[in-house]
Design a protein around this ligand. Structure first.
Ligand code: SF4
Ligand code: MSK
Length: 652
């Protein structure tokens, strides 16, 4: 994409230019020099045994005949359908494994805290602890929080290795949804079991019917959304606090010229949580002063950023495609990383500047980085070591410092519980006011717009264009991940954005409640909050009896990771219409693509779609929302909506 726009974000554009001046090789350049493989792109390459790799691409430029289609086979006779479906299942399994391993680590730290073995942490949300314990059938009585927490941690830890039965959180879904999962035989048993079975099924010569493979793709992905991700979100909330609205800032302009800049990047929030606390210690502050800095400036990147933003208001330096660019500012003393979405290229970029890339997780090492392993049982000391290393690096800053002066305000912290409270008030916490405003047509529907950035397309462009189009059409938007950051950077996450960008109906509701038209719900694992919000909408009545009845749609317009595919598949398997942009990984098989895009709707009520153009994508989502409104018999209500002040006062 040499001649194409690389980003719509001015801070990013300036740093791409600076990288070229400084001779640093970055992702935007590699995306030009490393072209995508067209066969892998369509899911038509199999490399799971040493008789391959076998490539079975669609014929280019002409329709395939039956005879040609039958010839497309690997050495073992595997069809293009089997190959595309196997690749798809493996993506779902990798996504579930990643979120699952995150959830497992949270459960481990949670148990250490409950047992008094991790002195740096404590249980912050007692109410959520008790509520979740009750939901899980754990005795409360006059037992201490620690005793209850140990039982809860052990119960949820067992979800990973469980061999029989069903995941406990499936019971949170609407009854009708649970029945569909039973009928389709896709209710996951244990998180690890489904991942392991996915790898077995897709081993050479095992499951070779694409229907059966794709059914397991639902099962393993549900083990992400209603398993690993949900466990991570729930236990993190209890441990670190359930997010509530918090103001902060976003973009590379949050870095400070005269302070030690430390970026926390990755996904698991423990180290970031303790860094935020320890950075305030007088000794550490004094140490920073002794090295000539005016203070310590913590900023986040990717989903770790979302976690500490939601709970502490720590500013965000940028999203996925900005990680190397933060280093290019020349002002970052340490890039502290844990797991997932960390580009190896950062280590090479860092070698052009003074930045130390510090890996902290035993599961994720990077050649050329400094490894300083985080110890949850001695968290404060781990954090101090990292902070001292960053401070020691401050005097090494070179002359190549230039921080782009772009940042924007945002309000984040819209957990499922917070939305419930904001809409319903303290004594009647409920989604009913949201449902009522959907039924009366002021809000047309709800969209979840989530996922990554992708260097193959213009950074942030599709997110922002799509979300602006949705809110203009009175669709309330819920966001997580890097998608949320893209929209925050252009000011869509402030209450003022309602009057500026939203349609009259949505704006009137946002103004009455005092919320932005685009709500930040957290990190990628927090897409489980969107499942809970959808379930609450069903339970509070008036919008059907299943998630698939809701006027709701989902999208990951700039996706790139396997986790995004797992998220999409569990959304579809939970009844949601879900559109992806960039590229579609099964187009090498028409049958597999038809199964995902059409046949799944008959089975699960949700379906996949693909559209790279953001305006067309918005139209697809709005058409789906309108289709659901019609089925619910509420399509006429929107025509009657008028907004005088008296009506506005009655909105909530
Ligand atoms: Fe080729 Fe079959 Fe081996 Fe895949 S499993 S690489 S299609 S021979
Ligand atoms: S960090 S998974 S690039 S959203 Fe969750 Fe961003 Fe995608 Fe990683």
């Amino acid at each position: 994409m040499a001649d194409k726009v690389k980003s719509i974000d001015q801070a990013t554009i300036e740093m791409i230019e600076k990288a070229a001046e400084d001779g640093a090789s970055i992702v935007f350049e590699r995306a030009v020099t490393t072209r995508p493989c067209p066969i892998g792109d369509e899911g038509s390459c199999c490399s799971i045994c040493a008789m391959g790799p076998c490539r079975v691409p669609l014929p280019k430029g002409k329709e395939e005949t039956e005879e040609e289609h039958r010839k497309r086979k690997g050495v073992c006779g595997a069809t293009a359908e089997t190959i595309a479906a196997r690749n798809f299942v493996r993506m779902c399994a990798a996504g579930t494994a990643s979120h699952g391993d995150h959830g497992r680590e949270v459960a481990k730290v949670f148990l250490e805290v409950a047992r008094g073995e991790a002195p740096g942490f404590e249980i912050k949300d007692e109410q959520k602890l008790l509520q979740l314990a009750l939901d899980m059938g754990i005795e409360i009585g006059d037992r201490s929080n620690s005793e209850i927490a140990v039982d809860l941690g052990e119960t949820l830890s067992k979800e990973f290795g469980k061999q029989e039965g069903e995941l406990l959180f499936l019971k949170r879904a609407p009854i009708k949804r649970q029945e569909i999962w039973q009928q389709m035989d896709v209710a996951p048993r244990g998180i690890d079991r489904e991942v392991s079975e996915a790898l077995h099924r897709t081993h050479m010569g095992t499951d070779q019917d694409y229907h059966s493979l794709l059914r397991h793709a639902v099962r393993v992905s549900l083990a992400d959304g209603w398993g690993g991700s949900m466990i991570a979100t729930e236990l993190q909330d209890i441990l670190f606090g359930t997010p509530s609205p918090v103001a902060s800032e976003i973009n590379l302009g949050v870095l400070k010229e005269d302070e030690v800049n430390i970026i926390i990047h990755g996904h698991e929030p423990y180290l970031a949580e303790i860094l935020a606390v320890v950075a305030q210690e007088p000794d550490i502050q004094k140490y920073a002063l002794s090295k000539g800095a005016k203070g310590i400036n913590l900023a986040g990147m990717c989903c770790t950023a979302n976690e500490v933003l939601m709970r502490h208001g720590v500013p965000i330096a940028g999203n996925f495609l900005q990680q190397e660019l933060a280093i290019v500012t020349g002002a970052v003393e340490a890039m502290v990383v844990d797991v997932q979405c960390i580009m190896q290229g950062m280590a090479e970029v860092a070698s052009c500047y003074h930045t130390k890339v510090i890996t902290t997780d035993p599961r994720a090492h990077i050649e050329g980085a400094t490894h300083m392993e985080f110890d949850s049982r001695n968290a404060a000391e781990s954090a101090r070591k990292v902070l001292r290393a960053a401070i020691d690096n401050f005097p090494n800053r070179g002359k190549k410092v230039r921080i782009p002066q772009y940042k924007n305000n945002l309000i984040a912290g819209f957990s499922h519980e917070t939305i419930n409270y904001l809409l319903g008030g303290t004594f009647r916490s409920s989604y009913k006011p949201l449902n009522d405003n959907i039924i009366n047509g002021r809000i047309r529907g709800v969209a979840g717009v989530v996922g990554c950035n992708n260097a193959r397309i213009a950074h942030d462009d599709i997110h922002v264009t799509l979300v602006k189009e949705l809110i203009k059409n009175d669709v309330l938007v819920l966001q997580t991940g890097c998608a949320a950051m893209a929209c925050a950077k252009v000011g869509l996450m402030t209450p003022e954005a309602a009057s500026q960008y939203a349609g009259e109906g949505l704006a009137s509701v946002c103004e009455a409640v005092g919320i932005p038209p685009v709500l930040h719900m957290g990190a990628c694992v927090d897409n489980s909050r969107i499942l809970m919000a959808a379930t609450a909408m069903v339970k509070d009545g008036g919008l059907g009896d299943d998630i698939s009845d809701l006027p709701v749609a989902g999208a990951a317009p700039e996706w790139m990771s396997e986790k995004a595919i797992a998220i999409g598949q569990y959304c579809v398997g939970s009844g949601l219409y879900t559109v992806f942009g960039v590229e579609w990984p099964t187009i090498g098989s028409k049958a597999v693509t038809r199964y995902l895009f059409k046949e799944m709707e008959e089975m699960y009520g949700g379906m996949w779609d693909f559209e790279p153009d953001p305006i067309k994508m918005a139209k697809l989502m709005i058409d789906h929302i309108d289709k659901k409104r019609k089925a619910l018999g509420i399509d006429k209500a929107r025509e009657r909506v008028l907004f005088d002040m008296a009506m506005r006062r009655e909105l909530i």
